[in-house]
Design a binder for this molecule. Structure first.
Ligand code: SAM
Length: 310
């Protein structure tokens, strides 16, 4: 009886929080908060990394159709390591980079449990260029180590709209310049992006993304088409023995235009070879998510070339 009462009390608290959450005034001028820190264990526990497992399989299959079998893979914004583990399972030598220490800790634990030797580095994917301490006094500790990764990767990936988290002008240029340096000649870059068509559906949209017995995750989504910035406010409730704890993070993403992506790739010497939707077909204007495949331009074109006409 007591536990039923506690559960009802817990549910009432959740209802109160949800009400507060729904009524919360949308403030776009909030200061920057660390993201994917408190949310990291929730992200992993509710299986959000599974999208990148499928993307890793898709990437390997798509390349294999053209007889390309990458041996060295770097996963940018690797999160809790699902794609890195999937690549390692096929025998690739894998490295991962992420800005969130909490996501990396989970990734490292999973790699250890699976017996894979994956190099997970803490850092910002915009800092893949080697920088001296003097140039970047605030550079993350592992930034210098990117330089020792060398130009050896056959494939660099970035999954689950992680590049939409780059919101400043010039961010794509910075990332692609670093990628071009780390790819071997003829190596591939493969990433997916949410499009403006997707964010147009984030129109004051509220959704429960996970509704389990011990965990509830609620998202409040907004999009400002003028600023081309989307905001996802994530609130979660997790049961711990006889109480619930609540956490919250707000994530901001940018709707990069296809023209901006193409210009940034070209500027870094990466040739666009394909734009796909999630079915593997050629991406259309209205596709909510586009998978880009690009190649370090100093190699001959290949059969992957699809849908690159603007
Ligand atoms: C939606 S999660 C995707 C994680 C992983 N790719 C997956 O599919 O599970 C976005 C990830 O991007 C990372 N991230 C965002 N901006 C970043 C940046 N500038 N450099 C490195 N990682 C970044 C976050 O820490 C988070 O782990």
């Amino acid at each position: 009886m007591l536990s039923v009462a506690k559960q009802l009390y817990g549910n009432a608290l959740i209802f109160q929080e949800l009400l507060h959450f729904v009524q919360h005034d949308n403030d776009w001028t909030m200061s920057y908060q660390a993201i994917y820190e408190a949310y990291a264990p929730i992200y992993d526990a509710i299986g959000q990394g599974r999208f990148s497992t499928r993307m890793a399989a898709w990437a390997l299959a798509r390349l294999a159709e053209n007889d390309i079998r990458p041996a060295h893979v770097l996963d940018l914004a690797c999160g809790t390591g699902e794609a890195a583990l999937a690549f390692a399972a096929t025998g690739c030598e894998v490295a991962g980079v992420d800005r969130s220490a909490a996501m990396l800790e989970i990734a490292r634990g999973k790699a250890r449990d699976a017996g894979y030797k994956i190099e997970f580095l803490h850092g910002d994917m915009r800092d893949l260029e080697p920088r001296t301490k003097n140039q970047e006094p605030d550079a993350p500790a592992d930034a210098a180590r990117f330089s020792v990764l060398g130009s050896r990767f056959d494939l660099v990936t970035c999954f689950f709209d992680s590049m939409n988290y780059l919101v400043d002008d010039g961010d794509l240029d910075r990332v692609y310049a670093g990628v071009a340096r780390l790819l071997r000649s003829g190596g591939y870059l493969l990433f997916d992006l949410n499009t403006a068509a997707e964010y147009a559906t984030w129109d004051e949209r509220d959704c429960v993304t996970h509704d389990g017995r011990d965990c509830l995750v609620y998202n409040q989504l907004n999009y400002d088409p003028d600023a081309r910035l989307a905001r996802g406010r994530i609130v979660w409730f997790v049961r711990e023995l006889d109480r619930w704890w609540r956490g919250e993070e707000t994530h901001v993403e940018r709707a990069w235009g296809d023209d901006e992506v193409r210009a940034a790739l070209a500027g870094a010497g990466l040739a666009l070879v394909g734009r796909y939707d999630l079915t593997g077909g050629i991406a259309a204007e209205a596709s909510p998510r586009v998978i880009y495949v690009a190649r370090r331009a100093d190699a001959a074109t290949d059969n992957l070339e699809r849908g690159t006409q603007s």
